[in-house]
Design a protein around this ligand. Structure first.
Ligand code: AMP
Length: 449
């Protein structure tokens, strides 16, 4: 997939101006330093500005958000009115990011956005709706809740519907809610559907929601970018912690995301890192929504150099300038690996990923290498330095477990969990992310991953 910067290297290609965008948008693009349209923007904008429905096959990092936000804002400028567009996104974080992009691109137009997601105060959101936003960005469950519970709120008059990351929306069992929303919104509207993959479920949703759409596609293959250097460390399961600290130590000047499979390990490792003097912050689905946003904000601003996250953070998040992704646990699915390492080497920059591989993971890493069609390189280590770290790491590990026990006993740590040793191969507290607080009786699809 070409990054925005790669996409901007060809001189013969159209510019934002030649594509027909109006001055207030060109000004905002200039301020954001988007010099040239990316592939998906170049492909989608001419059709979108003609008023066509669009199916965009593109994933995060391609510039897809601006590809759907720009034509919506242009139409809003041409016929200003109340509630204009509704964007459905699978996760809360993605919803906030989309809204921020609308606000940045529509800054010269005074666009008003409201974000409706689970885990945040319903009343605050109702107040935001009362201020008559032009754009609503929502997770489906919470949108439906407002439609039934918030007086005076409806989607009558809506001109645009966007289904972003449709494959994930459907993976997360949002299909039935989306069907209900489709029934009550105006038939006379423009619809954009974006998805990283075209599954049969997505094709069905496409038939139900779009009319005579144009399909634009920038990449249908999951791949890692060439500016990403991918490494692995082969170590015994019992030595994961000390190797992680060794990496954090030798890479201390970089911004790092460490991915773990379980909530428990994300929490444990972030405490352990902090005890050892690394500015780390956890991000997982068992934190409150405001804690998650706070963690992300601290990391984005550079206040914390290390983010320890479960897969809740691996998709859809636009975190700029991450230098290194460390996979403390290897993901079971190659697709998740690609999403995780996709947090670095974005927009033409370079980046590194380092995956800890134990005796139990050899098959998984080989499968990933097959999918990405690349061999990972061995990350060099200094055995003496690791031996010197061992005692302090073990002690910090014990202190971290104690702190977690105290938090749980004090009622501050959520549900109690079994304390486990260093490896964290227990899947019982795996982070089933995006638990929508506002969603009525959502089925959990077991075995999804
Ligand atoms: P998205 O795929 O929408 O998540 O966008 C990925 C990143 O690319 C975001 O940080 C955008 O701000 C950035 N971006 C989008 N369009 C452009 C562009 N034309 N030039 C440079 N950066 C862009």
């Amino acid at each position: 997939m070409p990054s925005p910067e790669e996409a901007s290297t060809s001189t013969a290609e159209p510019t934002f101006k030649s594509l027909g965008l109006i001055n207030p948008l060109l000004e905002a693009l200039d301020q954001l330093k988007y010099k040239e349209p990316t592939d998906i923007q170049r492909e989608a904008l001419p059709h979108a500005l003609e008023g066509r429905d669009i199916i965009g096959v593109a994933s995060t990092g391609s510039g897809k958000t601006a590809a759907f936000a720009l034509p919506i804002l242009q139409k809003l400028w041409e016929e200003p009115r109340g509630l204009f567009a509704c964007v459905l996104a699978p996760t809360r974080e993605l919803a906030y990011q989309i809204s921020q992009q609308f606000e940045a691109l529509g800054s010269a137009m005074g666009v008003r956005c409201a974000v409706l997601v689970g885990g945040m105060d319903l009343i605050d959101q109702a107040v935001a709706l009362a201020k008559k936003p032009h754009i609503i960005v929502a997770t489906p469950g919470r949108l439906q809740q407002h439609l039934t519970e918030t007086k005076g709120f409806s989607l009558r008059g809506l001109k645009f519907l966007v289904l972003d990351e449709a494959d994930r929306l459907l993976d997360l069992d949002f299909g039935p809610v989306i069907d209900q929303i489709l029934k009550i919104i105006p038939k006379e509207r423009t619809t954009y559907l974006f998805s990283a993959t075209m599954t049969t479920k997505v094709a069905k949703l496409q038939r139900a929601s779009l009319s005579n759409p144009i399909r634009v596609e920038v990449s249908s293959k999951y791949q890692t970018v060439s500016t990403l250097l991918q490494y692995y460390l082969f170590i015994p399961l019992s030595q994961k912690d000390v190797h992680l600290i060794y990496l954090a130590n030798s890479l201390a000047s970089n911004s790092i995301i460490i991915f773990t499979r379980t909530v428990h390990d994300a929490q444990r490792l972030s405490i352990m890192l902090r005890i050892l003097g690394f500015p780390a912050v956890p991000l997982h689905g068992q934190l409150s929504q405001s804690a998650r946003l706070g963690a992300l904000a601290k990391f984005k601003s550079g206040g914390r150099k290390v983010l320890v996250a479960t897969d809740v953070a691996s998709r859809g998040l636009d975190i700029p300038s991450v230098d290194i992704v460390i996979n403390f646990d290897i993901p079971n699915h190659s697709k998740d690996y690609i999403h995780r390492v996709g947090r670095t080497a974005r927009a033409g920059r370079s980046g590194k990923s380092i995956t800890l591989v134990t005796q139990y993971d050899v098959e998984l890493i080989q499968r990933i290498e097959e999918v990405i069609e690349k061999k990972m390189e061995l990350w060099p280590t200094d055995k003496e330095e690791i031996a010197l770290l061992r005692e302090r790491v073990n002690e910090a590990g014990r202190l971290a477990i104690n702190e977690m026990k105290e938090q749980a006993a004090g009622g501050g740590g959520g549900r109690k969990r079994r304390v486990q040793g260093g490896g964290g191969r227990d899947d019982r507290d795996r982070d089933d992310d995006e638990v929508e607080a506002g969603m009525p009786s959502r089925k959990r699809s077991k075995g999804r991953r």
